[in-house]
Design a protein around this ligand. Structure first.
Ligand SMILES: *Cc1c(COP(=O)(O)O)cnc(C)c1O
Length: 344
């Protein structure tokens, strides 16, 4: 993109989509070790027809953002946690683990070399970063690759849900999103591939997303396709489902900390039965992409649950959580030690 084109991006109106930026960072793993890593302008990847990622979906990713702060710095939020979570995912998928310092270096270099794409403070947009890894050598029998490529690219993004200010709608599908038991807790491409049917079906029926229940008993709230869920009870306790088949959202972990230490609220991470949902005062999705999106409505077959506060913008507690978290990310509220990584 030319400088003129970059200057003409309508930051306030971009959605959540892919925009090609100037540079991406690449590391290759071969013969048991990672290479030096390099920046490239080439957004295309050429690989063998029998690459493990193409045949057996050996691939995983992370999602994070770089923010332009009120005083003009460029920062990212808790990248160490993304590095650690990707390492956990890679171990589960029998992939090589990229050391944390290489992960952070790739993120920092990608942002530093795409600074024109970091949206201005106050535009509501940010620079989404997508670290990902895949098995690249050919394998025929079912086994993991032994050569991997790790990449980070960047793309400016706006809100994940169109019209989220008015509250989004969820439905409980009457089938599981993926293979039952224990795959939901890794950020792996295969989990997303398996959930595409559920999301297309939800959209076709007029819902923004799915509220998945645990596949073993179908009585407990898990999460949505790409975001965890938080509830606020009538006595202002912030509750989030505890489950080892949901993805440990960094946004959710941060919000629970903010609720307790910045807002002085009671918090609970525990099993949440679907039958409790109708008694909750507020409900919201949280994740890097979704940020905090208030839920207005949840439908489970014939039953409809309405969150009146979510339908008129955010509920009171959701709004406080949102303002505090975004204040920390955009540099207007002091962050806990180690949460903010300054890039430029
Ligand atoms: C990425 C993701 C989330 C959100 O995690 P964050 O670290 O907050 O971005 C939640 N659920 C699933 C399934 C995810 O893939």
């Amino acid at each position: 993109m030319t400088t003129l084109e970059k200057n003409n991006i309508d930051w306030a109106n971009i959605g959540f989509g892919y925009m090609k930026t100037d540079y991406r960072y690449v590391y290759n793993f071969k013969n048991g070790k990672w290479d030096e890593g390099t920046l490239t302008t080439d957004e295309n990847i050429i690989m063998n027809e029998c690459a493990c990622v193409l045949q057996y979906a050996q691939t995983c990713f992370e999602g994070m953002k770089a923010y332009r702060t009120a005083d003009g710095r460029v920062v990212c939020f808790r990248p160490d946690l993304n590095a650690k979570r990707m390492a956990d995912t890679c171990k589960r998928l029998e992939m090589a683990v990229l050391p944390e310092e290489k992960f952070i270096n790739a993120v920092v270099e990608t942002v530093k070399n795409n600074l024109d794409f970091v949206p201005p403070y106050g535009s509501g947009a940010s620079l989404y970063l997508r670290p990902y890894m895949f098995g690249i050598n050919p394998v025929m029998g079912v086994k993991p690759a032994n050569e991997f490529q790790f990449r980070v690219f960047a793309s400016p993004v706006g809100p994940y849900f169109k019209g989220a200010a008015k509250g989004i709608s969820l439905r409980v599908p009457d089938f599981d999103r993926a293979a039952p038991h224990g795959t939901g807790h890794v950020k792996a491409g295969l989990n997303y591939a398996m959930s595409l049917h559920a999301i297309v079906d939800a959209h076709n029926q007029g819902f923004n997303e799915n509220m998945y229940l645990d596949s073993a008993t179908r009585t407990k709230v898990e999460e949505t396709g790409g975001a965890n869920i938080i509830f606020v009870t009538k006595d202002n306790t912030v509750v989030t489902p505890k489950s080892n088949t949901i993805l440990p959202s960094i946004t959710r972990r941060s919000l629970m900390y903010v609720a307790e230490h910045y807002l002085g609220l009671k918090t609970e991470e525990r099993e949440v039965l679907f039958t409790e949902v109708k008694d909750m005062k507020e409900c919201a999705l949280c994740g890097t992409a979704a940020v905090i999106s208030p839920v207005a409505r949840v439908v489970n077959k014939g039953e409809e649950i309405i969150f009146p506060e979510g339908s008129n913008g955010m509920g009171e507690i959701t709004k406080k959580l949102y303002d505090t978290l975004l204040g920390i990310q955009f540099g207007t509220i002091e962050a806990p030690e180690g949460w903010i990584k300054e890039i430029a």
